[in-house]
Each structure stands twice: as structure tokens, then as C-alpha cells.
Design a protein around this ligand. Sequence first.
Ligand code: G3P
Length: 220
Amino acid sequence: MELILDSAVIKEVEEIASWGVLDGVTTNPTLIRRSGGDFEETIRSIAMICSGPISAEVTGMSSSEMVKEGLDLKSKLPENVIIKIPCTPAGLSATRSLADRGIGVNVTLVFSVAQALLASKAGASYVSPFLGRLDDNGGDGLSLIKDISETWKNQGITGCKILAASIRSVHHVEMCAKIGAHAATIPYGIFTKLVEHDLTNTGLEKFLEDWEAVRSEGRA
Ligand code: G3P
């Protein structure tokens, strides 16, 4: 499963990229707002740090506005930037136009199998079901990922990756990998928790203590 960071904070991208496990970055208008940086400069900087797909979201409401924004971003930003488009009728039409030009599209704000299916039909390279927000709304986000994954298998869909978004826990990440998501976009706070385990910490402390004893005995 691709591990993607859901962040527009350069320091966070640098830190996770330094682990050697980062497959891409997703942003959205809310994350850009929180980052405090200029939109295009931020995306450009992220795309220089991580060579995987970097999602930059359009904000137009009509298909023509989204296509115009998408083409404009693709002309100005590094090659690995892909265009994030909401799952609306206009968004599907814009996805088709950009995909037909060979541009990667991540269809976002997906909450049902039907929406995911439409996104793949429109030529999206990634479809982003929001599992945390579905849970918040009384739904079952992991079941949605499982249902989309099963649909992909039964329908033989290969060109569009399931990118689990709105991740709220390490358990979400583990389960998404288990039930067949191709990618998960993970907030920084959860990404750093992926590597943590109490037994790793206590085990390491004991190894270091014992190694210190070996050294003090002049055996290393
Ligand atoms: O990238 C979009 C998605 O991951 C947003 O997550 O936490 O705002 O529901 P959240």
C-alpha cells in the first residue's frame, strides 16, 4: 500500500520523507490554509521533496473552471503534481477532460461505492473515500473501503487506485492495508504513531544498557 502524507507543512513532509517510506503527499484547501504558506510555492516545495504524486486541489465549481485550473497548475508546477477534483457532476466531467489529456486526477470527497465507480469511469488515477468523516457521520468508513475494494476486484478495475483518506488512527491504516486499499493518505500525527511501540522503546533501552555494560567491561 502506498503511504501518503496528508499535509501541506513542509517540515512534516521533510521529516516523513527522511524515513524513506513516503510515496506521495495530498493537500486540500483546509491544509493549505493551516500551513500559512502560498499555495503554489507550497506545492512546488513539497514536489521537490517527494517524487511521488502530490495532489493539488482545484476550487472552481464548473467543469470548465476546474479544467482551466488543472491545466494552469500542470503548466506551472512540477511533473509529479496531480489534480484533486471533488466528486460532483462537474468534477467528473473535468476529470474526464484532464484524464484524456494524460493528466493524473485524484477524485476526492467520495463517500459511496457509486461515487467511486463514477470516478474510475471518468478516468481518475486515484479515488479518495473519506473514511473518518463517514465514521463521524454515523457511517462505517472501513466497510466502505472494503466494499470499494471488492467492487474493484469483481469488476477488474485496474487503472484507478483506492486512496483511503480522512484517516483517524493507526488501526485505520492497518485495516486499509489489510482490506485492499492501494494507498492511504495519513495525517502527520498518525504517521509518526505508525512507527511507535512501547516494546520497541523498552527493548531498545535494555539493549543499550547491556551494551554499555559490555563496553565498560572492555569487551567492545
Ligand atoms: O485529504 C483529505 C482528507 O484526508 C481529509 O481528512 O481529517 O479533514 O477528514 P479530514
